[in-house]
Write a protein that binds this ligand. Structure first.
Ligand code: ZN
Length: 150
């Protein structure tokens, strides 16, 4: 039984040279430290730096499939968490659950996520409830991973 989190990120800003790769690495390192300090370590951050037409840019599932292969993730036992329609679409039907975090900067229309949350802490709470996990005690063994889209 593993509880791992993965973060998947489209960064065409790198291609457009609005963001230097070193700056992005720095941001990701801060993110890893913040999540780790909060008790929710992120195992790996995947980045699509391409402009378009690649297999890893959302809603294409390339990065999900790569993470699944590289870390032996059972996608059918994983939740996908995102704040845009493309995040949820990338997961298709191959995950245990899809959770949409409402983001006022993104159009609210979203095709049938399994759950909706107001922010990431709310998302974690809802998934734990869905999985029957209370106060750190797991009563079911349904999902193994949480894949966070940003
Ligand atoms: Zn790409």
């Amino acid at each position: 039984m593993q509880d791992l989190s993965f973060c998947r990120n489209d960064q065409r800003g790198v291609v457009r040279q609005k963001v230097q790769r070193e700056e992005l690495d720095c941001i990701h390192n801060d993110l890893l430290q913040l999540f780790s300090a909060a008790g929710a370590p992120i195992t790996h951050i995947y980045v699509c730096p391409h402009e378009s037409g690649c297999e890893c840019r959302k809603p294409e599932p390339g990065m999900l499939l790569r993470a699944a292969e590289e870390h032996s993730i059972d996608l059918h036992a994983s939740w996908i968490v995102g704040d845009s329609a493309t995040d949820i679409q990338a997961a298709g039907e191959q995950v245990a659950g899809r959770l949409f975090i409402h983001n006022t900067a993104v159009a609210p229309s979203i095709e049938c996520p399994d759950l909706k949350a107001k922010d990431l802490p709310d998302a974690v709470k809802l998934i734990l409830e869905m999985e029957g996990i209370h106060a750190g005690k797991k009563t079911t063994n349904r999902s193994q991973h949480t894949l966070i889209e940003s």
